[in-house]
Structure formats: C-alpha cells, structure tokens
Design a protein around this ligand. Sequence first.
Ligand code: PLP
Length: 356
Amino acid sequence: MPRPIVAMVDLAALASNLTIVRRHAPQSRVWSVVKANGYGHGLSAVWQGLQQTDGFTLLDLNEAVVLRKKGWRGPILLLEGFFQPADLEEIDRYRLTTAVHSDWQIDALRRMTPRAPLDIYLKLNSGMNRLGFSDRALPGAWQALSELKQVATLTLMTHFAYADMPEGVEAQMAVVARAGDGLTGPRCLANSAATLWHPKTHGQWVRPGIILYGASPSGDWQDIAASGLRPVMTLESELIAVQSVPAGGRIGYGGRHRLSETQRVGVVACGYADGYPRHAPTGTPVWVDGVRTRTLGAVSMDMLMVDLQPCPQARIGAKVELWGDHVKIDEVAAAAGTLGYELMSALAPRVTVQLR
Ligand SMILES: *Cc1c(COP(=O)(O)O)cnc(C)c1O
C-alpha cells in the first residue's frame, strides 16, 4: 500500500469558483491563471475543471503546448512573454498570445515571419517594478508594435502589487490612465484581489489565479469567507500510529513541545517533503477524525504529530485533513508565516492527486 497521503482536487469547486469570478466581473472575459502546474493542483486536473473559462494563462511554453495537445483550442497567454527569440516559432505554431515587456522582444517580433499575425499583450510597469515598460516608454512601444505586420491585436496589461491591501489600486490605476491615454485597445489589469475588490480595474479581461483555487489573495480566509469561493484542494492523510506519552514527554525533533500531562499523541503520514510547511509551529490547526485539533512539535520530513485530546476516539487509520474544507489552507499558511499561494504550489510531486 502506498502512503495514505493524497491531494483531492474538487473539479466542481473549480467550476463553481469560476462562476463566482464571472459574477464579480460580468463584463469581462476570464483568463484562468494556471501557472506553476495549476497552482500545484496539476495542470491536467485544473484544465478539466475550468472548461468554461475564456482562456488559460501561464508562463511555461511547454505547459502551453500540453494544453494544446489536450485539445484546448481557445486563447492561451504567456504571462512573462518569451524568453528567447526562438520561442516565437512555437508561439506561432501553437497560436499563443504572448506578453511583451522589453524592447528586445519587439525586435525579435520584427524579425520573424509568423504564419498569421499574433495577439500581443503589452506590459506596463505601473509601480510593481517587476516586468514591463515604464509609463514614459509605453506609448512608443505601443506605436512600434502597432506598425508591425506580425501583430494582430494589442492589449494593455499591468499587474497590481497590493490590490489586497489598504493602498489598493489607485496609484497604479493613475499610471495606467496616463500611459494608456489615447491608446485604444483592450485592457487586462486585474489579478484575484482586483477582480474581487476593485471593479474599476476589470477591463475586457481579468486574470484571477488564487481565488479559482478557493484561497484568499490577502492570506486571510475571512476576507473571502462570504464570497462562496470553495477550497479546491484537500490534503488528506491518516494516523499511522498513536502514542501514549507521559507528562513531561517531549514531542519530535528538538523536543520543542513538552506535555504538561499524560496524553495521546497521533502520528500523521505527512511531512515537509509532502509540501506541508516545516515552519508550522505547535498549535497549527489540523482536522483529525472529524474534530479540529492542533499539531504538536516540529514537522518532520515525512510525519507530523497531533494532539488527540479533543478526539479521544481517534485510532490508527483515522482520517486527517491537513487543509481543505475544515481547515483552510490560509489558516495553515498564516500559522507558518506564509501564504496559501506558496503551500498549494509547493505540493510535492510524491503526493498523488486524485480528482473528485
Ligand atoms: C500570478 C499572476 C496573476 C494571478 O494572481 P492571483 O493573485 O493569483 O490572482 C495574474 N497576473 C500575473 C501577471 C501573474 O503573474
């Protein structure tokens, strides 16, 4: 028997989350962001759950080709554009839409001969200072691209750095307005946070990622608790041992947790080599045999320990939910000082994904 750990992926929840996205941005088309192997859920799993999307967007040319080979004929956007001029050959062959964020990419386009003109997303750096043309350089780049016979359509794209925070999108929207003044063409600006909380950013296309998977862009589950968004991934395992530990006993590596009374401790087949965060401290919530309890001591590579005091009935073989419907991935992430984004995308390849 394999280890009892499995990541259940709920395709109905994905489809339902997409419906909720559409309700928030009814005038916009939706690029479903499936980068990083569908935020760790598995590209082939998520593409099935998101059949009603208008397009898929990701980074890796190889993943784009996988989607084409699966039969997806709709739009596919490469969020970071191409990494070398030779990539344009496949972009052309597989009819991909590509971001353009640097001058060298415009030169590469100018030198190629596509079988048919390509759809281009021109990326504006509106304040994140990661990818894109400055507001001063953008009109020139737009002009240069619009004169190329290699270009079919031009869309203005930017990315928000703190749409989930009190600063919001105002400053970056002002840069978009200034740089895009007089440039007619579609806009694609909104990530998940902007899709949920800043309707004026919606434009012709929105680009939500994390909310499709049922986690919060802010890292706080409460921020989306009323939205109807549902967790897509449930990381499940089982108790593989139960220890009766006397008062004063110390739990796990480093002995960081010491018991004040004699109690039962459960051992779960899940560790940091499965993608569970090693930094999750004692007290991180976990669901054992239908009851919410907490982890005890340090997380090991392949196992972690849990407090069985709230669930005296739990035996070897009892079901454990590390995250899912009962314990939100945002709660585990917050306890470990990270975000749901990191936990889901770091799910280890050794964990089997099962569709539900
Ligand atoms: C990852 C990413 C998104 C989606 O972000 P979420 O916060 O997951 O919605 C959108 N646009 C770009 C450019 C990205 O890199």
